[in-house]
Design a protein around this ligand. Structure first.
Ligand code: AMP
Ligand code: ZN
Length: 498
């Protein structure tokens, strides 16, 4: 086990704490996954990248991580409240598909994007619709403990009752009295005892497609419940880390905490982590705001904001240049800078393996500086995953590496030991912890993943008879040396122009 101490900012206690897993070397981590009703945008990518770094660093520190990230495929209503249409069912209606076709389509798209961005898959990826029995069991436990009630086949969590015994609202800094006074009047309101109560189970109307049998009749689970049920099932009643984007603190995570305590009498998570938002023009990037950029638009440059295409690793580097707790506003300048910075680091990495160490006069200042950065880089990452500071260390190291490379590809100003450890730490951090990788046209994995996305986008455009979009994509690719081949069965493939 690595002896380095890790500190995590716990959004529940609002303080940076020493990380002490319940059962070392094992670590249980749960991250809220996507609702698979549309394409993931760059904002979603940022959040999943944050937890990829958490997973990678823990693994680097020799922890054995069970990483659970769910797929929300039911119960996430359009209004984020206890009413309205299921997001997936609505999309199925609009696209004239089965809800499970929507789920399949966007789950595949999500996985393609994760692969493109070199984001490690979780150990378990459970879906809400596959865990209806567990959710019903959890509702039974909450009801047995007196924190939920049934009205006309729907079950609501009784927030007021809960708050008499346990604090409600601590994670998100909400005060129940305020919630009771300000929560909007919504559908289902006439059924609830209090405005702040939330649905654990909703009775399905006649036209509702995604529904299951339950002790209370046909219905479907509330969005918050799946994460409580699935984290308990795979990680236990108390586990180490729970993550998600900042915007999930309320009501999603607040409700999760209440549900877990309501079911088993104690809080589920020791360290809550929240990643900050990706903004565009000062506003949170989101599909509903109409300001989202999709990863494939990023790669092709086919977006009004972009002057050209940017590679997945450029984007990864851009995100890592900020601490996960800061907001990022994406701009052409930041993309340009990230592109340059990424190249500098990857060049240094490749130079490192070509430089030979030679005995000579040691420059004490250089030796001390290299040792300092080699030590600091891990402690910066262990200081609440400070990738921004770690990248600053890499830049400092890269300056030395560049100089040595351009001076006969030799180094003698530092000791052999310092040079060997620099070679190892630089590689370990860049490749294993930050998850950056070399990109070139021979990098078939990244290219394939990007091309799958683009071909799918073009197929959608053709299905919608947007011939100009489809032709534009084909022509832009041709200019980039990539030929699209359309076959008679409606599928397309690509090849590189020789
Ligand atoms: P959703 O599919 O909307 O439930 O979102 C999936 C994940 O992406 C959640 O953890 C959200 O918090 C996160 N997310 C959504 N929009 C953004 C954004 N603009 N910046 C960063 N994370 C986001
Ligand atoms: Zn969740």
């Amino acid at each position: 086990m690595n002896s380095q101490s890790l500190y995590i900012y716990n959004s529940y206690t609002k303080s940076k704490e020493l990380f002490e897993p319940i059962n070392p070397p094992f670590v249980g981590m749960y991250v809220c996954g996507p609702t698979v009703y549309n394409d993931v945008h760059l904002g979603n990518v940022r959040t999943f990248l944050t937890f990829d770094i958490v997973f990678r660093l823990l693994t680097y520190l020799d922890y054995k991580v069970r990483y659970v990230r769910n797929i929300t495929d039911v119960g996430h209503l359009v209004d984020d409240a206890d009413h309205g249409e299921d997001k997936i069912a609505k999309k199925a209606r609009l696209e004239q598909l089965e809800p499970m076709e929507i789920v399949q389509k966007y789950t595949i798209g999500f996985h393609d994007v994760m692969r493109l961005m070199n984001i490690t898959p979780p150990s378990i990826e459970p879906s809400a619709s596959g865990h209806i029995i567990e959710q019903i069991e959890m509702i039974n436990n909450i009801m047995a403990n007196g924190f939920a009630y049934e009205v006309n086949g729907s079950i609501y969590f009784d927030v007021v009752q809960f708050n008499e015994q346990y604090p409600y609202g601590k994670l998100s800094g909400r005060v129940l009295e305020d919630l009771l006074a300000t929560t909007r009047e919504l559908d289902g309101q006439e059924e609830k005892r209090n405005k702040a109560d939330f649905a654990l189970w909703k009775k399905a109307d006649k036209g509702h497609i995604m529904k299951w049998n339950s002790p209370w009749g046909e219905g479907f689970p509330g969005w918050h419940l799946e994460c409580s049920a699935m984290s308990t099932k795979y990680l236990g009643k108390v586990f180490d880390i729970h993550g998600g984007g900042m915007d999930l603190k309320f009501p999603h995570h607040e409700s999760e905490i209440a549900q877990n305590i309501g079911a088993c009498g104690h809080a589920p998570v020791n360290y809550w982590m929240h990643s900050n938002m990706l903004n565009f023009n000062g506003k949170k990037m989101s599909k509903s705001e109409g300001n989202s950029i999709l990863p494939m638009e990023m790669v092709t440059g086919q977006h009004p904001l972009l002057d050209k295409g940017y590679s997945p690793m450029t984007l990864r580097f851009l995100f890592l240049q900020s601490h996960y707790s800061s907001e990022i506003d994406i701009s052409i300048k930041s993309l340009h800078d990230a592109e340059k910075g990424f190249k500098k680091i990857m060049n240094a990495l490749s130079y490192l393996s070509k430089i030979t160490w030679k005995a000579g006069t040691i420059n004490e200042a250089s030796e001390a500086d290299i040792v300092k950065h080699s030590n600091e880089i891990v402690s910066n990452l262990c200081d609440d995953f400070n990738t921004a500071k770690a990248i600053a260390n890499l830049y400092s190291m890269a300056s030395y590496i560049n100089t040595w490379y351009h001076q006969n590809q030799e180094v003698s100003e530092i000791s052999e030991e310092a040079f060997k450890s620099l070679q190892k730490i630089f590689r370990d951090i860049v490749i294993d912890v930050l998850g950056l990788k070399e990109e070139s046209s021979s990098d078939n994995n990244a290219l394939d993943a990007a091309m799958n996305l683009i071909i799918e986008l073009r197929k959608q455009a053709r299905a919608e008879k947007k011939w100009n979009v489809s032709d534009q994509i084909r022509d832009a690719l041709k200019t980039a040396g990539i030929i699209i081949k359309d076959s008679k069965d409606g599928n397309s493939s690509y090849e590189l122009e020789s």
